[in-house]
Design a protein around this ligand. Structure first.
Ligand code: FES
Length: 107
């Protein structure tokens, strides 16, 4: 399994007194994920309950977004032909994102 989504984490978004961009969807490992214009992929994934974005190559431990500023590289994903930190990629309608494991498992 490449990412973890649990319904109990879906409530991470604060709805009170928050102005958001337009609602949109992008695709993560073949699944539609709701987001709002202006959010990073990492933030939208976390809000949707996707905490694990990859596994440690050393011991297989789950890894996920940590610094949210492009330094730790724990949130790497594929966006098209580029491997990028998901915290540095702004969501857009229909954006296709793949976890490292998902891309590697593709035929
Ligand atoms: S969370 Fe650290 S680089 Fe994205």
């Amino acid at each position: 399994m490449t990412s973890t989504a649990t319904s109990s984490l879906a409530s991470l978004r604060s709805d009170a007194s928050v102005r958001r961009g337009q609602a949109l969807h992008f695709v993560m490992d073949g699944q539609r994920v709701q987001a709002f214009a202006g959010e990073s992929v990492a933030a939208a994934l976390m809000a949707a309950g996707h905490r694990t974005l990859r596994q440690s190559p050393r011991d297989g431990a789950p890894r996920g977004a940590f610094c949210f500023m492009g330094s730790c590289q724990e949130c790497l994903v594929w966006v098209g032909a580029r491997k990028l930190p998901s915290c540095q990629v702004v969501v857009s309608e229909g954006l296709e994102v793949e976890s490292l494991a998902w891309r590697e498992a593709r035929p």
